[in-house]
Design a protein around this ligand. Structure first.
Ligand code: KG4
Ligand code: ZN
Length: 331
């Protein structure tokens, strides 16, 4: 069954073709315009999706070597995300489903991130704990079986990627901030300063990064321009360490507490190699299996939506064409 996946929830326009075994194509067009503003501008994002969505779908079909008539079902992200951006993907999916007379299913973007791990490791079986770390989300999810999810914890304020982006802005680096901070941190001294880690109340699997962000801001303000320049790599390293420590410890705690021996990671922050290294070490120590998708499946992509859609469509689960965007959708 050939499924077309469409993802337009934020600032990536993506389409992918999946046949249940192989990801035949996964085209991603990232909107660079937002870097001028230090964050995603919703109105510009939806306009760019309108321009790019058809060319990206055409490219995905071409790369997969198929025609529109070969598509047997469509999966599309219907939330969470920016309302205008979601609307573009949903509208095109509905139009295609109607004109081709094929079923469509709306996919939760967060569930999509979980499926990116299945795409990277087709033999992967639940139960698994998934850490989703992106610009908009930081969550721990218990996957009992495919299609059955329990939210164990989520951020109470900033998402981890958002913290990377905001600290990068304080340090006058570019957007998105994660890659800049990671690169700087390579030459930084992780012992320079200990920024606070928010573990919250005992046993909590929620996250909080706003205190850390404020601590970095206060430190940056205390330093003069010259001192800041001298220690910018150290600050990046110490901030990154603080984020990674909490993400790793809470993921391990979630696995142990639920008797699960497998951890998966997803979302843009999962591209971070320091996080990969620390999570690997911790999982080795605890005899937990760790799965990590390649970078192009960590960040937003249509492939993960196609994989989730394939699972549901094969079981006859579909959405009506009246489906609306759900910007605040959760598990
Ligand atoms: O999943 P994603 O592409 O889009 C959202 O759904 O948000 O994640 C984007 C986020 C941004 O906040 C970006 O700064 C962060 O992922 N990111 C990183 C790295 N690469 C991207 N954070 C830390 N280290 C990285 N190497
Ligand atoms: Zn995402």
């Amino acid at each position: 069954m050939i499924v077309l996946g469409i993802e337009t929830s934020c600032d990536d326009t993506s389409a992918a073709v999946y046949d249940g075994n192989t990801l035949l194509s996964n085209i991603i067009s990232t909107q660079l315009i937002h870097s001028n503003f230090g964050g995603v501008v919703p109105e510009l994002a939806s306009r760019a999706h309108i321009r790019m969505v058809l060319p990206v779908i055409r490219e995905a079909l071409k790369k997969a070597g198929i025609k529109t008539a070969d598509i047997r079902g469509i999966g599309v992200t219907y939330g969470p995300g920016l309302a205008g951006s979601l609307l573009v993907g949903l509208s095109i999916a509905k139009g295609l489903a109607l004109s081709l007379d094929i079923p469509m299913i709306g996919i939760n973007h967060l569930e999509g991130h979980i499926w990116s791990n299945y795409l990277a490791n087709p033999g992967l079986n639940p139960p698994i704990i998934v850490l989703i770390v992106s610009g908009g989300h930081t969550q721990l999810v218990y996957v009992r079986e495919w299609g059955s999810y329990k939210l164990l914890g989520r951020t109470r304020d900033d998402a981890s990627g958002e913290a990377f982006d905001k600290v990068a802005k304080m340090l006058d680096l570019g957007y998105p901030g994660g890659p800049f901070i990671e690169k700087l941190a390579l030459n930084g001294n992780p012992e320079y300063i200990r920024f606070p880690r928010a573990y919250l109340e005992e046993g909590s699997l929620d996250f909080s990064f706003s205190g850390l962000k404020t601590a970095v801001l206060n430190h940056v303000r205390r330093l003069g321009k010259r001192e800041l320049k001298k220690h910018i790599s150290d600050i990046a390293a110490c901030f990154q360490d603080a984020v990674v420590d909490v993400l790793v410890q809470k993921s391990i705690y979630a696995a142990e507490n639920n008797g699960v021996k497998r951890i998966c990671v997803a979302g843009g922050v999962a591209v971070n190699r320091h996080l990969q290294k620390k999570m690997k070490q911790a999982c080795n120590e605890k005899n937990i299996e760790l799965f990590w998708p390649p970078a192009n499946l960590c960040t937003d992509n249509g492939g993960m939506i196609a994989a989730a859609a394939h699972f549901y469509l094969k079981r006859g689960v579909t959405s009506p064409l009246t489906l609306s965007p759900r910007p605040s959708l959760n598990f």
